[in-house]
Write a new protein. Structure first.
Length: 503
């Protein structure tokens, strides 16, 4: 397999800067071991005017067979000969994508300590792959690379045999990309789209491939017109992983549409136009008055929850269904919360939360305030008893309705915190969300979304069953017709008071 990356330069900005960006010296030929062969990096040309880096991957077909992943492309899957005689050593595929990620790892991340400004800026690039499988033809190649900023996408079909033109074209193309892009962007596009065009991977697609896809597709995949095809093929048509990737990409798209950070788009919904907290204004001087600052709904929700917890004089708090730890992070910033426990059924979400909180770097005193636990909220758990307050923020709508009584007993009947704060979407407000199709819920994993009346009925039943009082508050703009985007209920135990607990 062979790939070249070329750029041009000037005496002030020589083309040989490409060596710094790739972290490979132009005067050296280097070799790197991979799981299935050897990757070589060399520079056929390296002058101030023009520089070309070549990646040559030598694949051992026998090694592929021995690893149980060498089924041939040219014959039937059960053909013994096809396992050894196939296109794997020659045609660009996931093997080349993996080698690309290993050999040019720093370049893919856009890291270059020597020339950070060059790494961050678009470069004149020319990328060529002589033999690229294209299951969908040259037209598909253009549909995949065309929207990504390249000024020229050439996918020249390779004939089966020049001596017999009547045989027609093979399924391979010679790909040439030309344009001004950041090197990191170009490499990440190749990392994703090489296996997509081949429509195959040489390894088992595990759940962590979703993270790899979103990381490499950052900035371009969410809005790509062929996003569904790319996602499906990259994940080897594993339906569950494809659905997860699609939902997360939709969150990214909605965030970009509203100019928000992804973490602020909880359940694929941003603040929406006009969703500003009362008094959330930026002073611009006495003469200029004040103008409203758009505040993300997720931020408004966290502030409302924190306000309810402070009003309840809670110190020991459970964040039930803590996800990636945004609320836990906010709680840690307030010293009045002395014992914070995040609980989630997803080990992956907890791992992300730990990275977000930087638990491994946290000081001993601060680390002593926070605990992350894996557990299901529909089962009683003795670890969750004895706390001042619990939060169920955007959690209940992710459970099937028949599971809600189990959650009710586990939280209100068994754990029995003094205060419970519950937030959930108000389905009536969905008509104000312009990008949400009529009749759709805000997130693909939502099992239901309640009206204000339905939420109040559920809350009243829970309060009556387990000995709590309940009050309701809007989160976000309280629309006179459809109510707020998020509805919040604050439950307080009626058999005790904060002062009695302290005594």
């Amino acid at each position: 397999m062979f790939l070249t990356i070329s750029t041009t330069g000037t005496p002030e900005r020589p083309a040989t800067d490409l060596g710094f960006l790739l972290h490979k010296h132009p005067e050296k030929a280097q070799a790197f071991s991979t799981a299935h062969g050897t990757a070589h990096v060399l520079y056929p040309e390296a002058t101030a005017e023009r520089c070309t880096a070549a990646l040559l991957l030598e694949v051992d077909p026998v090694a592929l067979v021995r690893r149980g992943k060498g089924k041939g492309r040219g014959g039937a899957p059960d053909s013994a000969l096809a396992q050894y005689v196939n296109d794997r050593p020659y045609a660009a595929s996931s093997l080349l994508a993996v080698a690309l990620a290993k050999v040019f790892k720093s370049a893919l991340h856009g890291a270059c300590a020597a020339l950070p400004e060059r790494a961050a800026a678009p470069l004149p690039l020319r990328i060529e792959i002589p033999a690229l499988p294209a299951r969908g033809g040259a037209g598909l190649v253009d549909r995949l690379f065309g929207p990504l900023g390249w000024t020229s996408v050439t996918a020249e079909p390779v004939v089966l045999d020049p001596e017999f033109p009547e045989w027609g074209d093979s399924r391979y193309v010679r790909l040439v990309l030309e344009g001004k892009l950041r090197l990191a962007d170009a490499l990440n596009q190749l990392y994703v789209l090489l296996p997509v065009l081949d429509d195959a991977k040489h390894y088992w697609v595990a759940p962590d491939e979703v993270d790899k896809l979103l990381r490499a597709g950052d900035g371009w995949l969410a809005g790509h017109p062929e996003q569904k095809l790319i996602t499906s093929r990259y994940l080897s048509r594993r339906w569950g992983l494809t659905r997860e990737a699609t939902e997360r990409l939709e969150m990214v798209r909605l965030a970009e549409a509203d100019g928000l950070e992804v973490e602020d788009v909880d359940n694929a919904v941003g603040a929406g136009e006009g969703d500003t907290a009362a008094g959330a204004v930026d002073a611009v001087g006495e003469a200029g008055g004040a103008e409203e600052r758009s505040v993300p709904l997720a931020e408004l929700r966290r502030e409302a929850i924190l306000g309810a917890l402070r009003a309840a004089e809670a110190a020991r708090v459970l964040d039930l269904g803590c996800g990636q730890g945004q609320l836990v992070q906010a709680l840690l910033k307030d010293v009045r919360f002395t014992d914070i426990v995040g609980v989630d059924v997803s080990a992956r979400a907890l791992a992300i939360a730990a990275r977000r909180l930087r638990l491994e770097r946290m000081g001993e005193r601060q680390a002593g305030r926070v605990t992350l636990l894996q557990g299901s909220l529909t089962y009683t758990d003795k670890r969750l008893t004895g706390y001042d307050a619990a939060v169920l923020s955007e959690v209940i709508e992710h459970l099937d309705l028949p599971r809600l009584p189990a959650l009710g007993y586990a939280v209100f009947g068994s754990a029995r915190p003094r205060t419970v704060v519950v937030t959930t979407p108000n389905v009536e407000y969905n008509v104000r969300w312009e990008t949400l199709p009529a009749g759709h819920v805000r997130h693909g994993d939502h099992r239901f979304e309640w009206t204000r009346e339905e939420f109040r009925a559920w809350a009243a039943d829970i309060a009556g069953t387990y000995g709590y009082g309940v009050e309701f508050a809007p989160v976000g703009t309280d629309d006179p017709e459809v109510g707020p985007p998020t509805q919040m209920a604050v439950f307080t135990r009626t058999d005790t008071t904060p002062k009695e607990d302290a005594a």
